[in-house]
Design a protein around this ligand. Structure first.
Ligand SMILES: [Zn+2]
Length: 336
């Protein structure tokens, strides 16, 4: 439930940069040398310069504009609760709540958590041939097809507000870019291209998410993305959501992502929400957990202060005082 501390954010950023072997500034001139993608994955990336394979069927016409710009005056986002979904089950009431058809229900809720209204959505499933289309259907949930990629209009927003919107979207699990004409390998209409990380997705989109996690464009050449630098909190959120879907290969997992921070020791997983309960496992420092529900138990003083909140992570309970979720307050339903 605790907000990530600045120190932790800096530490995580250092780890992220360290993993590439050098700073992003140093590799800007020669992105291909340091690309995180295999040659096969590189070949799957869209050509951002003409012809535009990422959006060659795109209309990019938003619905009637509403003045919601003030929503993006800050970069805060609510932690979305990932709802349970089942492949190919009959259509359910779940879909009544969708912002727009063609979205994964979890992605729809995540967009809401980021403050995005339905009228901003300009494309979910596109009409391009399945072999080449980044917006072709990725799968089916509750009998309805969806695409993990979604395009958003930035109509009415200042550049500062677009920066905030990108942060909000990443914090709820979207690998996301502002495609600005003439910048970062993009030529075409200005818009936001976002890929929801906690759902099954096509190979091309998995490559794009990996590219995003490494601070790159996800376009041909896969250069360093310069228009916005994402916070460590945002990067950790997308990484957590991507791991929930086994890196985009499964329908995804329900729950809220958290990251264990003990400053070293593994965090003990217990049978119930009590320090005197039997240990049933452990999570390494820095490891991601999926919080399915939370309940009150014995008080624990940890990295984020003193709390009686415990997180159920599927195998047992961990003390929330050691778990960063990027949000204040209880982030998952109360365990029954
Ligand atoms: Zn797109």
């Amino acid at each position: 439930m605790r907000r990530m501390t600045k120190a932790l954010a800096i530490a995580m950023f250092t780890v992220a940069v360290g993993a590439t072997g050098c700073s992003v500034e140093e590799i800007e001139d020669d992105p291909l040398e340091e690309s995180p993608l295999t040659a096969e994955e590189q070949a799957l990336l869209p050509d951002g310069l003409a012809p535009d394979h990422e959006h060659d069927d795109q209309v990019l016409v938003p619905g009637p504009a509403e003045d919601d710009a003030a929503t993006f005056d800050d970069d805060d986002a609510y932690a979305p609760l990932d709802v349970e979904v089942v492949d190919d089950a009959p259509p359910s009431a779940l879909y009544a709540a969708l912002l727009k058809s063609g979205l994964h229900p979890r992605a729809s809720d995540a967009l809401r958590a980021a403050g995005v209204a339905g009228w901003r959505i300009t494309q979910t499933i596109g009409n391009a041939p399945a072999s080449a289309g980044y917006h072709a259907a990725d799968g089916s949930v509750n009998g309805r097809t969806y695409c993990a990629a979604v395009d958003l209009s930035t109509s009415g927003l200042t550049e500062t507000q677009i920066h905030n919107l990108l942060e909000k979207l990443a914090k709820v699990g979207f690998a996301v870019w502002y495609r600005k004409d003439g910048r970062d390998g993009w030529r075409g209409a200005n818009h936001i291209h976002a890929v929801y990380a906690n759902s099954k997705m096509k190979t091309q989109l998995r490559a794009q998410v990996r590219s995003w996690l490494d601070g790159r464009t996800g376009l041909v050449g896969n250069g360093v993305y310069g228009w916005h630098k994402f916070s460590a909190t945002a990067k950790a959120a997308v990484k957590g959501k991507f791991s929930q879907s086994a890196n985009g290969t499964t329908n995804g997992g329900a729950g809220v992502s958290g990251r264990v921070n003990t400053s070293g020791a593994p965090l003990t997983v217990r049978k119930s929400a009590s320090t005197s309960s039997a240990a049933v496992g452990s999570v390494p420092d820095g490891g991601f957990v999926t919080i399915r529900c939370q309940k009150r138990g014995t008080s624990v003083t940890g990295t984020y202060g003193t709390s009686t909140l415990w997180d159920y992570i599927g195998t047992g309970y961990v003390a929330d005082a050691y778990v960063a979720t990027g949000s204040d307050g209880q982030v998952a339903p109360t365990c029954q």
